[in-house]
Design a protein around this ligand. Structure first.
Ligand SMILES: Nc1nc2c(ncn2[C@@H]2O[C@H](COP(=O)(O)OP(=O)(O)OP(=O)(O)O)[C@@H](O)[C@H]2O)c(=O)[nH]1
Ligand SMILES: [Mg+2]
Length: 285
């Protein structure tokens, strides 16, 4: 058996979480068109006859933004490199590489781990002017692959390449387990995804979601109480929206996904509250 850990790393919005979900064949990480969607490293487990790969999805590497949350996200990418066997370095041919890309390369090269360079979003070839530039990246990679995480293009070749790099060993997770994420965290993430998708511009970055309670009902359904935290009253009003329209949309979208995924009746109660300091407390426990 082959068994090991692979980190998915790169700038924000390049498709790391999409790749994680489609490599393991199940949605464990949330995906949005907005940068800084992933905030905590998430593990997704690929089980195959030849062994097991534990993928670690990480927040996007950022350069320039100096707020508390960004610093914590950048640090968590570096921490995720400990004890792993290989790195998938994901790049996006629709966005100009520039300084941030070089910064990401510096961090990844410093780990001295085998790197597979993945040029993602190959389905957007017509809108991907940076493919040639990205093909010239040299981080000492063992291989460079052109993939589409969205359309599954070349994901099998990527898996094969990665299994070659994994050491011999027993699996780390039981056969049925596809993630290490707890039930409550997963619900929080689903709600946060809907917040990101329904709020404009910078507003998502002021938001944090916590699930206060999950009650199991006698009819088999679940009653979930969640808080959407933001950093000031003005944002709170925007999240609620005129006559509660925005929070309603977020709630409907979250409830729909939770109902399908959990295959049970869901009652979702959301409240918006202000905590100016949630970013300082984030990830401390
Ligand atoms: N066309 C196309 N879009 C993709 C592909 N992979 C990801 N995307 C889109 O790119 C956007 C960002 O995807 P994510 O998977 O959230 O990116 P990420 O790298 O995890 O982003 P952060 O968590 O913010 O660092 C989403 O709108 C995805 O649908 C792909 O192969 N093709
Ligand atoms: Mg992500």
């Amino acid at each position: 058996m082959k068994s090991g850990f692979v980190v998915l790393a790169g700038r924000s919005n390049v498709g790391k979480s999409t790749l994680l979900n489609n490599l393991i064949g199940s949605k464990v990480a949330i995906v949005t068109p907005k940068p800084q969607t992933t905030r905590l490293p998430i593990r997704g487990v690929l089980h195959e006859d030849k062994g097991q790969i534990v993928f670690v999805d990480t927040p996007g590497i950022f350069l320039g933004k100096k707020d508390t949350l960004t610093k914590k996200l950048n640090q968590s990418v570096k921490d995720s490199m400990e004890g792993i066997d290989a790195i998938v370095y994901v790049v996006d041919p629709t966005r100009k590489p520039g300084k941030e890309e070089l910064h990401a390369q510096k961090i990844l090269k410093a780990t001295n781990k085998p790197i597979v360079l993945v040029i993602n979003k190959s389905d957007l070839a017509a809108n991907a002017p940076y493919i040639d530039e990205l093909s010239e990246i040299d981080v000492g990679q063992v291989s460079t692959l052109l993939v589409s995480a969205l359309n599954h293009r070349n994901l099998n070749i990527l898996k094969e390449t990665l299994f070659e790099l994994m050491p011999e060993g027993e699996g780390f997770y039981p056969d049925m387990q596809i993630t290490d994420m707890g039930h409550q965290q997963w619900i929080e993430e689903v709600i946060r995804e809907k917040v990101f998708l329904n709020l404009e511009q910078e507003l998502p970055y002021t938001v944090h979601v916590s699930v206060e309670q999950v009650k199991f009902r006698s009819n088999g359904g679940r009653c979930i109480e969640a808080t959407i935290w933001t950093t000031n009253d003005r944002y709170k009003r925007m999240i609620i929206g005129a006559k509660g329209a925005t929070i309603k949309k977020i709630g409907i979208a979250a409830r729909k996904e939770l109902t399908i995924a959990l295959n049970t009746d869901i009652h979702l109660q959301t409240e918006v509250k202000v905590d100016a300091r949630w970013q300082e407390k984030f990830g401390n426990n």
